[in-house]
Design a binder for this molecule. Sequence first.
Ligand SMILES: Cc1ncc(COP(=O)(O)O)c(C=O)c1O
Length: 394
Amino acid sequence: MRDFAKEIEQRKQAGLYRTRRLIAGPQQPTLTADGRSLLSFCSNDYLGLASHGENMRALEQALPEVGLGGAASHLVCGHHEAHHRLEQRLAAFTRRSSALFFSTGYMANMGVISALAGRGDTIFSDRLNHASIIDGCILSRARVRRYAHGDVAALETMLSETSGHKLVVTDGVFSMDGDIAPLTELARVCKAHDALLVVDDAHGVGVLGPQGRGSVLEAGLCQEDVPVLIGTLGKGVGTSGAFVAGSDVLIDYLVQKARTYIYTTAMPPALAAATCASLDAVESGDERRAHLDALIQRFRAGAQDLGYELMSSRTPIQPIMIGDNWTALALSRALEDEGLLVTAIRPPTVPEGEARLRVTLSAAHTEADVDRLLRALAKSRSVLSEAVAREPAL
Ligand SMILES: Cc1ncc(COP(=O)(O)O)c(C=O)c1O
């Protein structure tokens, strides 16, 4: 039998042990972690909508009308009018014919990829794609070829060597680096090589594009260019769940085949109602997005002045590259000593030797919040050059 305790110990020794913080109260911008109030720079609530008054009022209003539980799967008797309204709203929001509401982004990726490719097919996946895409590829039983991050030329070579049904899948905004996939180029090579393009815009929805409609619309691409668009609702949109949007035929096919849609209880319909309210806030959220952009620029300028290494990202995901696991943990702890929460991200979430602090900014932050983070980073800068204690504590 495998010695699980030993494997945990090995993780601790390598600085890779993971712990959960006990959070109380709302998330943004200040939360309580293990009883301590901390200014948080690590949630994905990019627009500050997770505690938005209108969403919560919509939820309160819907609850007595529709009840709390999802009660059944969609294909049995769980497909509520509120889900249907949300799907219509999501289709309009993404400028697509139809949409399908999933319980989570993880389930959307697993369900969509494994429905659209199978044994004998080939999936081409960016090396830095999210874990749920990787798992969707495995579940599909298709042959998987990973191309170097953002390398469209390498992808095109692989596509030209392959026959049969081909599916290309990419994050729209990469979750740990914050950069944006070369969507226009990807759409071009997919068309040229008869490959089906799937974009998971989990971190672009709400933040990028006209009225927050995401990275695909920001790039000026339509349903024909990116036939399969996945988005999540628990990040920029501030509620929970996910969706896939595309042609009527695509959505009909997924209703038949996507196992993570079919074999699970429907999300609470009241949540779907709240998400519709949230989408209103996203669409009318230009001020929030402008404020967020200003915070991103303020943070980048300040952190670079301090000599920190950032990635080439213009999104709210602003990783500070560290490299060593222990140093990343030590910097995170030093910031926590200053009353800030910025989680260290280590392998296998990111590649070996690329541990980082994943700073995320939100429209809920103020300029003063960002300045406080920069002051704490200035004070903690020496951690990078000190010999760091190798004790797993965070
Ligand atoms: C790119 C990407 N896709 C999908 C997901 C999963 O979404 P969810 O949290 O709704 O399961 C994430 C979550 O972090 C993500 O970063």
